[in-house]
Design a protein around this ligand. Structure first.
Ligand code: FUL
Length: 457
């Protein structure tokens, strides 16, 4: 078995797991790095920011776009203060307005009055991200309510050319975000997208970019815009027969993945810090609280997914103090909560025997003994996903002086699983893998005492 894993690890450097027949899917090195990013920001910005709309019609005059005090370095400072690792910007939303002076559109920053048509938001943000050590990602809406070629094969050329402009001038692009929303174009026609060509263009220009869409290929939509992954969350998905948008797998499948899915396509949870995706002055008092953001963190990162939190810049081109204050509070809650691992000095005993009565594989257990009982209400488990995701179910037993005081049964673990429960005094803790697809492993067990108000009862 060890040899088998060694082989997998070696192969991970050269091939995608999907290409290895008969072996469980494993992440590519790029996906592994992406999964370690955990939390980053989304920036919805464009004409809608000024017109108070969520879905611009594509007929807005370019002059509405005029962020007088735009400062992408301020966005980066906010991201840093939040502990976010990158920013993904709507380079073109459904209204078709390009935040860079594209040669393939006449509906861009160049036609606006902002900086007398000399401005370029993509350039400013990609430079600022480099300066602040943040990853830079781009949302490029396939649906375009402005472009005259939309609904004709010519639009596929436009889209490819736009991808080329973005990847050649503003790279490296760490993540590319393809939205599933799709309606009619300005001429009432629907587009037949050449996805294969789009994917090939990106792979050729930037093989390390993570391509996100409903069905990947590298990261998948989690099936809701509320910011939570399933309590069962497989990094695996079957995509054959499915498409982006209307032809996507059912949302509960996207939310939980497929237990025996063929491809490694981890989930990303997108959610806005405000009710809308774009900035609306009327929502300044509806910014999510640090506590709510922390709950979202537990339900996304704490279920093995990534958290993409939208923080929309306002019509001046700045992130408001309402949003940045909530983000700083959110970071503080994460830091305080996960400051002290209560199991750091625990004695560890491992049990590793085959138990074919449990599913068809092994029962692997770890027992951790503390010097004295301590109050805890949060346990973090990690699976070494570079070897695949194998654990189907786990029991966590909490004992106090040999007496079982709580048993928590969960399903998947994945990259990180955070379990919370009412505060309990614990002197011994056992983690038993009760079912797995192959010989499983847990790479880390941690316990914390977090603020009781953060535990959902
Ligand atoms: C959706 C879009 O229609 C929304 O406007 C927003 O961009 C969200 C992230 O994706 O599909």
């Amino acid at each position: 078995m060890k040899k088998y894993f060694l082989l997998l690890t070696l192969l991970a450097g050269y091939a995608t797991a999907q290409q290895l027949p008969g072996l469980p899917p494993i992440p590519t090195p790029q996906q592994l790095l992406w999964q370690d990013m955990e939390f980053y920001l989304f920036a919805h910005f464009g004409p809608n920011t000024f017109t108070d709309l969520e879905w611009g019609k594509g007929t807005e005059k370019e002059e509405v776009f005029n962020p007088a005090a735009l400062d992408c370095r301020q966005w980066c400072r906010v991201a840093k203060a939040a502990g976010a690792k990158g920013i993904i910007i709507t380079s073109k939303h459904h209204d078709g307005f390009c935040l860079w002076p594209s040669n393939y559109s006449t509906h861009t920053v160049r036609e606006s009055k902002w900086k007398e048509g000399k401005g370029d938001v993509l350039k400013e943000l990609s430079d600022a991200c480099k300066e602040y050590g943040l990853k830079f990602g781009v949302y490029l809406s396939p649906w375009d309510r402005n472009h005259p070629a939309y609904g004709t094969p010519g639009y596929n050329d436009v889209f490819v050319n736009m991808l080329k402009e973005i990847f050649q001038h503003y790279g490296p692009i760490w993540e590319l975000w393809w939205d599933g929303a799709n309606g009619e174009g300005p001429n009432g026609k629907k587009q037949v997208y050449d996805w294969k060509r789009f994917e090939e263009t990106v792979r050729q220009l930037s093989p390390n970019t993570i391509i996100f869409s409903d069905i990947g290929p590298d990261a998948r939509w989690v099936g809701n815009e509320k910011g939570w992954a399933g309590t069962t969350n497989w990094n695996l998905l079957n995509t054959e027969g499915f498409n982006r948008g209307a032809g996507a797998p059912p949302v509960d499948t996207l939310n939980q993945g497929n237990i025996y899915g063929k491809y490694w396509i981890p989930a990303e949870c997108d959610v806005s810090i405000r009710p809308g995706w774009f900035y609306h002055h009327a929502e300044d008092d509806k910014v999510k609280t640090p506590e709510t953001l922390f709950q979202l963190y537990l339900k996304s990162v704490g279920r093995g997914a990534n958290l993409l939190l939208n923080v929309p810049p306002d019509d001046k081109g700045l992130i408001t103090s309402f949003d940045s204050a909530a983000l700083v509070g959110f970071k503080k809650l994460r830091e305080e909560s996960f400051k002290e691992n209560l199991l750091k000095h625990a004695m560890v005993f491992k049990k590793n025997h085959t138990n074919r009565s449990v599913d068809r594989h092994t029962e692997v257990g770890t027992m951790m003994i503390l010097k004295e009982p301590v109050p805890m209400n949060c346990i973090v488990l990690k699976e070494p996903i570079q070897k695949g995701q194998l654990i189907k179910s786990v029991d966590v037993m909490l004992n106090n002086h040999g007496m079982l005081v709580k048993k928590i049964s969960i399903t998947t673990v994945g990259r990180k699983r955070i379990i919370t429960f009412p505060t309990t005094e614990v002197s011994e803790l056992s983690v038993i893998i009760t079912a797995a697809k192959a010989k499983p492993q847990i790479s880390d067990i941690e316990a914390y005492r977090i603020d009781d108000r953060l535990i959902e009862q």
